[in-house]
Design a protein around this ligand. Structure first.
Ligand SMILES: Cc1ncc(COP(=O)(O)O)c(C=O)c1O
Length: 395
């Protein structure tokens, strides 16, 4: 008998298990399409050159490790507000926005769902399918999860999204992904963002947009157009912003939680709650990654260098998508796989069953999760003909 014997053992994390199994696989030919990070042509996830330079500059200037305060790095917060709301958005001068440095996009999601709970939200809607950590965060905070239809057969279902969310009750929370939907790669067009904003406003839904891949689909401005259209129509809303992918800062836990309100009083009250949520969990946000981002975005040269590196990551993913989609169409004769080239970001979901994925792993050394999600950014261009040949056996 131990203090902990009342705990049941949870099932292992499937993706982490896949990573270990891939590492231990002794076969000469093996492919990892399961990883959740960007990889370059050599299979590495390097530190961006702009990040290295900013880090060196920051460390040389740093003379204390004292806490920065509940909002973390305020310059970082202002830069992310520039990205999300725009530099000249009138709500900022009117005190109708808030922003807090958070430990990664997940910290920002946690802050947002915690704030929803304090606002009286009982249920949070997530897309079907979605990234498993969305329902995870919602459930761990004791709220119910509901799903809205998102994509059917590899294409977006605007009516599915709107009809599902018509069923939501006033005060329900909704998490909507910004560019590069994980796991489908299928994004919401700007017109639908406006319709979602109108719906959120008319029904009183508490929406948080999760932006984890800013700049991975198109330019920084184009990638935020939908989010801005949503906020414009809804008038109020929250945003969880991650710098893990676009700055390659994964382990530095660099994110930002933002909110827009219709009154300065509402935002002033929300600010006290977000500060209290942070205080009761991480107490003070991490400083290192936010300092790097603020240094890069505050310096014209470093910023240009980062934007060029971001473009090159994006262009690599776009080229890989086109090549893999062409190869899959040629292998299978199915034009529907051409959709892959029109999807965005690192991930796409293939119509492969959990049994099919298991068979690919066991028989042919191709690793992917049971959901059929593949990470395009984990592929080497030279391997595409062989990967397409292997995938086609399960399609
Ligand atoms: C959809 C989505 N949201 C948020 C995140 C946030 O990640 P992090 O907490 O590492 O910034 C990720 C990362 O994989 C993601 O895919």
């Amino acid at each position: 008998m131990s203090l902990y014997s009342g705990l049941s053992t949870l099932p292992p994390d499937a993706l982490l298990g896949l990573m270990v199994a891939y590492r231990e696989d002794k076969r000469d030919e093996k492919f990892d399409l399961g990883v959740g990070v960007y990889k370059d042509e050599a299979g590495n996830t390097p530190i961006l050159s702009a990040v290295k330079k900013a880090e060196a500059r920051m460390l040389a200037a740093q003379d204390s490790k004292v806490y920065e305060g509940p909002r973390g790095n305020v310059d970082f917060c202002a830069h992310v507000e520039d990205f999300v709301f725009g530099a000249g958005h009138p709500a900022r001068a009117e005190g109708r926005t808030l922003s807090f440095t958070a430990p990664g996009g997940c910290g920002a999601l946690y802050a947002g769902v915690s704030l929803m709970r304090r606002m009286g939200t009982k249920k949070v809607w997530v897309s079907k399918p979605t990234w498993p950590n969305h329902p995870n965060v919602v459930k761990s905070l004791g709220l119910d999860v509901a799903e809205y239809d998102y994509a059917v057969g590899g294409t977006l279902s605007p009516t599915g999204i709107l009809e599902s969310l018509m069923q939501a009750e006033p005060g329900d929370g909704v998490i909507i992904q910004g560019p590069c939907h994980n796991p489908t790669g299928i994004d919401i067009p700007e017109r639908l963002w406006t319709a979602l904003g109108d719906l959120a406003k008319s029904k009183g839904l508490v929406v948080m947009v999760d932006v984890a891949y800013h700049g991975f689909a198109r330019s920084l401005g184009e990638d935020m157009a939908g989010v801005r259209a949503f906020l414009e129509a809804a008038g109020e809303g929250m945003v969880a912003y991650s710098c893990s992918k676009n700055f390659g800062l994964y382990r530095e836990r660099t994110g930002c939680f933002l909110a827009l309100g219709s009154t300065p009083e509402g935002i002033a009250a929300a600010t006290t709650h977000v500060a209290a949520i942070g205080r009761a969990s991480w107490s003070m946000p991490p400083a290192h990654g936010a300092g790097i981002v603020a240094t890069i975005l505050g310096d014209a040269e470093l910023r240009a260098e980062w934007e060029a590196e971001l473009s090159s990551m994006r262009n690599r993913m776009i080229a890989l998508r086109k090549a893999l989609s062409d190869a899959l169409v040629a292998e299978t004769g199915s034009n529907s796989l051409g959709e892959l080239a029109r999807q965005n970001g690192m991930f796409s979901q293939l119509p492969i069953t959990p049994e099919g994925a298991k068979k690919l792993r066991e028989d042919l050394g191709l690793y992917m999760p049971a959901s059929g999600r593949i990470n395009i950014a984990g592929i080497n261009a030279n391997d595409i003909p062989r990967i397409a040949e292997i995938l086609a056996t399960a399609l």
